[in-house]
Ligand binder design. Sequence first.
Ligand SMILES: *Cc1c(COP(=O)(O)O)cnc(C)c1O
Length: 501
Amino acid sequence: MFSGGNAKSLPLVGGLSEPTINQLSNPGRRASRFPKLDVPVTEINNPAIRNDKPLLPEVSEHDLVMHYSRLAHRNFAVDLGFYPLGSCTMKYNPRFADSMANLDTFANSHPSTPAEFTQGNLEILFELEQYLIEITGMDFATFQPPAGASGELTGLLIIKKYLEENNKTNKTNIIVPDSAHGTNPASAKMAGFEVVEVSTDDRGMVNIDDLKNLVDENTAGLMLTNPNTGGLFEEHISEISNIIHDVGGLVYYDGANLNAIVGVCRPGDMGFDIVHSNLHKTFATPHGGGGPGSGPVAVKGFLKEYLPGPIVIKEENGLNWYTPTSSIGRMHGYHGNFLVALRALVYMKLLGKEGLDKLGAFAVLNARYLSSVVSKVIPLAYNEPCMHEFVTTVKHLKKSHKIKASDVGKALLDKGFHSPTIYFPLIVEEALMFEPTETQSVDTLDDLAETLKVIINELQGDDISLEEYPKNLPVGRPNELIPAKHLTVNWGDFELLEITE
Ligand SMILES: *Cc1c(COP(=O)(O)O)cnc(C)c1O
């Protein structure tokens, strides 16, 4: 037990030579011990029981802790540095929200427990729903979708069912801007619609003339993010929603990035009928790496009965579950990722109304400040005042010095900053998209801008080759194509891969 560290001394950040947990295994070592049996020993006779022991790694507790701590320290994290990944809203997640989600009564309550015994949990969802519909300007919400993409699919299935029930089956087209997040066209297609792309004008906004030409009696709806993926507010948003409503279509708001508008304006007032919000982005749950999220869908009153069920309703003697009458069905087991919803409510309560009213304003202020300092080094893609994020381009530097957006991203990583989002939105060549969020100090923003200046100067000079960065990280430039084409899920096969370009 607790047999000290592994004899080999390992560098804190080794290259890919870091041993796997299986390689650290030493027969007989244990990290835990079961308590003495306090029940009689019983033979289990079941043909499914295996004859030989599984090949599990055998390590001491210290080895185990060291191994995973080393791996964790090789990763970049919001808690380690500035993470300006545009469109992903990597803000600081207060520990307090996590501590609430870890409370036994929340973490261990079973979702099958009857409503009368879990009034507190129902209250969490009900209260959060009230806040969310106030923030978005909608009337009812479901917390089932576990992510933004799933919220989109939910919203589109609601549009589909609504149109079907109203005998408008000719409406087969969903209009999506060419700047949209990739999940938008994917969700529309998955829901059985045809995707029609509307172009972006020179200023980075929906091309209204193009939209007018595309809209007809087959238009089922439009999906839009506002501020859009260029970080710009669609000035003609009311006209846009009127164009769609005039032909009997519905308007869907991709509210994954609600950050810019919280406390400032509401999709419901802009004419949207359905909104999904990414609680994990805007309302601070640790995300990225595929962890649990929450993409609640809020709708205007006329769509309530299409929501996935059950939803929470208030009755005379307390809160209860209710399954809407024309529900599209379930999008997730039980009530979605309850603990993510809980964290969002805690975050909202931490900020209070006063704080929430400032959230959007500060997110925009930070982005505008950062864009003003960064644009002295890298030009903006659009010369419009940005909202919560902004897009720059190094296409000129690519021509003059062969500098690619990915080179800048890799160099930033090496200097302690996470890369901004690169090559997105797709319509901007060599794009770098920055989103500082409201949780960064002005000093951090200045640091990033200064570092970018140093990097661009270095890359423009002759003494550094573009492929040199990153120089100090455990992994250099992995070939991103091979893992995408040859999925390897077995650690033993990993070394067979040619992993550097
Ligand atoms: C992040 C994002 C999504 C997808 O959200 P997930 O929770 O990752 O599924 C959709 N649209 C926009 C604009 C986003 O930024």
